[in-house]
Design a protein around this ligand. Structure first.
Ligand code: AMP
Ligand code: MG
Length: 357
């Protein structure tokens, strides 16, 4: 299949520019599109074959449910069996935006869209192209992230091209996305709503609106404990992972720099390619050939926005060993560290404990 790549300026486009994409979606085809979080791989949420095509394109296990994207709040009542007052309050506060909520599903939502679950994940994105696409195609768009399963999520159309060219009908290229990590997922079917995946909308932001919110223990675990099963099926898979061995180095900043320099030099001496992922503040303190400044510690959003692009870059340069500084796990930092730890397969190094000769 030839994949059409169509550029579109999110700040200024005409509805007609989305005509082909809408037509393809209505025919049951798959179209990748930009959202404010990452690029999505969209299909008609009410057509079982569309979900099957999405799974096939991604190479995703079909027990991993898709998020249903809507363009207006009323659509929620057409999809969810029951919408609590708390859910309404959250929708009012954070929709359109990077928040996904889980509800019991109505029977019109096919089980292939929900990975066999009786619940459905719903989000109303704020990205102008995503919103126009849902509105003009007049369907609900089921979409996971537009990457091959296990690869970092795409934050630029080029990433989607790398992974899915030839496997889907169309890619709408709206440039780099704003947030760069996936939406916060909150399960609203629990008596106390539960965060299943941390994202841009933090626990504190949720609690400001609805009071107590709990977090799935699987997210808080610093390593994947076998007895804790993540409630979001997608969280159990190895994700975001570069091909090389990645380590998160923790500790006092000066010591972290020293240890990373030491380890990277050892690898280079062995003839192995080493790479460093650092903050803008510290990146100049490394001697290693491949040093990537991910963003400023003062602007968490810049770290989130740069993360996946850098993880993909690791594969492009063929990094065999990747040493990453650790970031604060406050607020948005929790989502960032959650993704970084998964990318690293939870491998951590305590800088204080490393002996250097
Ligand atoms: P992605 O679209 O790639 O960001 O992945 C969607 C995420 O939402 C995956 O981690 C899914 O497991 C999760 N998800 C979607 N629907 C549900 C649901 N009904 N219950 C729990 N998690 C869900
Ligand atoms: Mg994904």
């Amino acid at each position: 299949m030839t994949t059409i790549v169509q550029k579109i300026n999110p700040e200024k486009f005409r509805d007609e520019e989305l005509t082909s994409a809408c037509k393809l979606l209505r025919q049951g085809e798959i179209v990748a599109f930009p959202t404010e979080t990452v690029y999505g791989l969209g299909g008609n949420a009410l057509v079982p074959e569309a979900a099957e095509n999405i799974y096939a394109a991604k190479g995703r296990p079909s027990d991993n449910p898709l998020i249903v994207h809507i363009a207006d709040r009323e659509a929620l009542y057409d999809i969810a069996e029951y919408v609590s007052e708390k859910a309404e309050a959250l929708a009012k506060a954070y929709w359109p935006g990077p928040l996904t909520m889980i509800f019991r599903k109505k029977s019109k939502i096919p089980l292939s869209t929900t990975g066999g679950l009786q619940t459905v994940a719903v989000r109303m994105p704020s990205h102008p192209v995503a919103r126009a696409l849902i509105r003009l195609s007049d369907i609900y768009i089921a979409a996971p992230s537009a990457n091959i399963s296990g690869r970092p999520s795409p934050t630029k159309a080029e990433h989607v091209v790398e992974d899915l060219s030839g496997r889907i009908a169309m890619i709408l290229d709206g440039g780099q996305v704003g947030i760069g990590i996936e939406s916060t997922i909150v399960d609203m079917t629990e008596p106390v709503p539960m965060i299943l995946r941390p994202g841009y909308v933090t626990k504190k932001m949720l609690e400001q609106v609805i009071g107590e919110v709990q977090t799935d223990p699987a997210i808080l675990a610093s390593e994947p404990a076998k007895h804790i099963v993540a409630k979001a099926p997608g969280m159990k898979y190895r994700h975001y992972a570069p091909r090389g061995q990645m380590y998160i180095v923790e500790g006092e900043q000066g010591k972290v720099v020293e240890v990373i320099n030491h380890l990277a030099a050892l690898r280079e001496k062995e003839g192995q390619r080493a790479a460093v992922i650092a903050s803008e503040e510290t990146k100049n303190a490394y001697y290693c050939e491949h040093v990537y400044g991910i963003g400023s510690r003062k602007i968490e959003g810049s770290i989130a926005a740069g993360l996946y692009d850098i993880l993909r870059e690791m594969d492009k340069i063929g990094a065999a060993y990747i040493y990453a500084e650790s970031f604060s796990d406050d607020r948005l930092g929790q989502a960032i560290m959650n993704r970084m730890l998964k990318a690293a397969g939870y491998q951590k190094i305590q800088a204080e404990g490393v002996r250097m000769r």
